[in-house]
Design a protein around this ligand. Structure first.
Ligand code: NAD
Ligand code: UDP
Ligand code: UDP
Length: 316
């Protein structure tokens, strides 16, 4: 099959492309390299089945493909809040263009949506029926409202134009290849611990998240794409941890000598988050297999190769 991956030079997209290429597909990657990098695709450069196109999805593009994995959008609050209007354009105009393309060529279209559509949830854990509690005018809304519109667009193209859609609501995902300056919690804490810096915990660290290792997530995306269930379906690891627990775990694994430093909690930071994955289990036969400890070990090993502790200055 010929498969388009938007945002394929990013963290999740590049792991997905590895799997698709290993299966022998023709893969086209579209990326504007905002948070993605060519080095994530290095093994496939020059491969006859692989094509990389520098393109911003807010502009139309014509391609002939059988499937579209639509992942293009910055995912870390630091990056999506840097230019919020651009984030909205990517989610709305970008998703519209990719749905227009899927409609024209009759390709199956998978949207990488997010647990952020549930906002700061009042229901715990979050099932797909929950409609969410989102602040429409806050600093996160460019991303979470943007993704809500993207879901609406996908379902309207499905109802109005018969586009064959799949919608995944992805929960916090981590693993090798996250950027050192990504800004999300796992990469921040691992980089700080490796450098011997204090680990930054926002607020009192009692807020919770559920962390899914990237290979599990990619398996879920591929099952969703190739099955019959449209979704939306939660993809995430139901293990729930406070951010302070996460910091202490990483501290113990990397460098027990580092300290924890508390910093202000960002505005609208969700208090709790944990997926109800009943639908994924039922319809996709999917559940995560990698524990947090195992996933962190692999992630830390990857960062260790890239992040070196500051060398001490020779005494003069
Ligand atoms: P990422 O930032 O590493 O990847 C996003 C990719 O999209 C990057 O390569 C970036 O350059 C590209 N991109 C951004 N705007 C673009 C545009 N206008 N045109 C073309 N390319 C553009 O993020 P990620 O963690 O790999 O996330 C991938 C997708 O999964 C995103 O849609 C994100 O919203 C979703 N998601 C991720 C998580 C997570 O925890 N990682 C959780 C929920 C949802
Ligand atoms: N589009 C695209 N590539 C295609 C087909 C469409 O980028 O192969 C864009 C198109 O330019 C439009 C959007 O997708 O901005 C929605 O397309 P659709 O055909 O649904 O709407 P229309 O073009 O009729 O407004
Ligand atoms: N966080 C933290 N220290 C950091 C980065 C993030 O305590 O260095 C917190 C953040 O406030 C949030 C949680 O960790 O409560 C997850 O943040 P992230 O940006 O990774 O993802 P999201 O908030 O989008 O789930």
């Amino acid at each position: 099959m010929r498969i388009l991956v938007t945002g394929g030079a990013g963290f999740i997209g590049s792991h997905l492309i590895d799997r698709l290429m290993q299966q022998g597909h023709d893969v086209v990657c579209l990326d504007n390299f905002y948070t993605g990098h060519k080095r994530n695709l290095q093994p496939w450069m020059g491969h006859h089945n692989f094509e990389l196109i520098r393109h911003d999805i807010t502009e139309p593009i014509r391609l002939e493909v059988d499937q579209v994995y639509h992942l293009a959008c910055p995912a870390s609050p630091v990056h999506y809040q840097y230019n919020p209007v651009k984030t909205i354009k990517t989610n709305v105009m970008g998703t519209l263009n990719m749905l227009g393309l899927a409609k024209r060529v009759k390709a199956r279209f998978l949207l990488a949506s997010t647990s952020e559509v549930y906002g700061d949830p009042e229901v715990h854990p979050q099932p797909e029926e929950y409609r969410g509690s989102v602040n429409p005018i806050g600093i996160r809304s460019c991303y979470d409202e943007g993704k809500r519109v993207a879901e609406t667009l996908a379902f309207d193209y499905h109802r109005q134009n018969d586009v064959d859609i799949r919608v995944a609501r992805i929960f916090n995902t981590y693993g090798p290849r996250m950027l050192e300056n990504d800004g999300r919690v796992v990469s921040n804490l691992v980089v700080q611990a490796l450098r011997g810096d204090a680990l930054t915990v926002y607020g009192d660290g009692s807020q919770t998240r559920s962390f899914c290792y990237v290979s599990d997530l990619v398996e879920g995306l591929m099952r969703l794409m190739n099955g019959n269930y449209i979704g939306p379906v939660n993809l995430g690891n139901p293990g729930e941890y406070t951010i302070l627990q996460l910091a202490q775990t990483i501290q113990q694994m990397v460098n027990p000598g580092t300290s924890v430093k508390f910093e202000p909690l960002p505005q609208d930071d969700p208090r709790r988050r944990k997926p109800d994955i009943t639908r994924a289990k039922t319809h996709l036969g999917w559940e995560p297999t990698i524990s947090l400890d195992e996933g962190l070990e692999r992630t830390i090993a990857d960062f260790r190769d890239r992040v070196t502790p500051p060398t001490s200055q020779p005494e003069s």
